[in-house]
Ligand binder design. Structure first.
Ligand SMILES: [Zn+2]
Length: 326
């Protein structure tokens, strides 16, 4: 196949812009922010914000916004319009495990929202690439791609919409959650005390390879996506290509703190820009966070004044400052 150089550059820019906005390109040229060459004459369109791929901070904002409205509600009904999600829904089993049960708590593990129910079951929701979970009035019209809906005793409807159907809805016994195949190989949570300089140094022991890839490995640490990895590395003044075998404990400590500050800031900012999760509209905005280096190649580093650079690592856009990241 033949590709046009200028076309690739153009697509690259759109890909960066799309990832920056939390958007994904619609025609299969780019998935998951990866930049690929496109056939001659291919059209590039950025989808609307319904295609924004949710990252950990968005799931955390979703959890916090739904929690006060859902805890102590009771699920009284279930409607499945399309069971063909990432894993096919088992209507009877899901119904048996959730119907009539009161919601006792909302938790999060990695990018899974966990809705604990009385009676020892947990409703597990993963938004995949394009899923949205919203609480709407029970009598509001069914929305497009609303594949699953839970009717609540208080009159609301918890609706799961997912145009691309990479999402997941299932109910599991709560006590067996950690051992379940969806959870068993997940890395440590980035927001709690589990993440420290010491834990990172321990995870890195005997490993090699660039620290950015290490941070993004969900089997080690969950929830550090491509954008947040670049941001945390800049904050900690660590070069994204530095080998994990050559990082001091002091740098791991800076990095652990930087990951947490970066994610917490995204949660705080996202919570203020994305109230629509809670009111059920779910599509007016994308997750807006302020970024130090991501998408800013050629701009001046706020810390040292050098120009921010863009490189590609493991197929992903990576931004860093050559002046202050070592
Ligand atoms: Zn700098």
């Amino acid at each position: 196949m033949e590709y046009l150089a200028h076309r690739q550059i153009q697509i690259l820019d759109v890909a960066v812009a799309a990832e920056l906005l939390g958007l994904r390109l619609s025609n299969g040229i780019c998935q998951d922010g990866r930049v690929q060459a496109a056939p001659r004459g291919a059209s590039v369109r950025v989808r609307d914000s319904l295609s924004a791929m949710p990252e950990l901070p968005e799931i955390e904002v979703l959890r916090r916004s739904l929690r006060p409205m859902l805890v102590s509600e009771r699920i009284v009904g279930l409607r499945i319009r399309n069971p063909a999600l990432r894993e096919p829904l088992d209507r009877r089993r899901l119904g048996r495990r959730v119907r009539g049960r009161r919601i006792v708590e909302l938790r999060r593990r990695a990018k899974y929202l966990l809705i604990d129910l009385e009676g020892g079951y947990t409703l597990v929701v993963h938004l995949g690439m394009s899923g949205r979970l919203t609480l709407v009035a029970g009598d509001s019209p069914v929305q497009q791609h609303e594949h699953v809906a839970f009717r609540l005793a208080g009159g609301g409807r918890l609706a799961f919409r997912d145009p691309r159907r990479f999402g997941l809805v299932l109910a599991l016994p709560t006590r067996r959650l950690e051992a379940d195949r969806h959870f068993v190989s997940l890395g440590i949570e980035p927001l709690g005390e589990e993440l420290s300089g010491g834990t990172l140094a321990g995870l890195a022991r005997g490993r090699r390879g660039p620290v950015k890839n290490f941070l993004m490995d969900g089997r080690l640490i969950v929830g550090v996506g491509n954008i947040y990895a670049s941001e945390a590395l800049h904050r900690a003044a660590v070069h994204p290509r530095r080998s994990v075998a050559r990082i001091s404990l002091q740098s791991w400590q800076r990095l652990a703190a930087a990951v947490q500050v970066t994610l917490r800031q995204a949660i705080a900012e996202g919570g203020t820009t994305l109230n629509d999760f809670a009111d059920g509209q779910g599509r007016s905005g994308y997750f807006q966070v302020s970024l130090r280096v991501y998408g800013r190649q050629g701009e001046v580093c706020a810390r040292c004044g050098r120009a921010v650079r863009r490189i590609v690592m493991a197929g992903r856009s990576t931004f860093y400052c050559p002046g202050c990241q070592r």
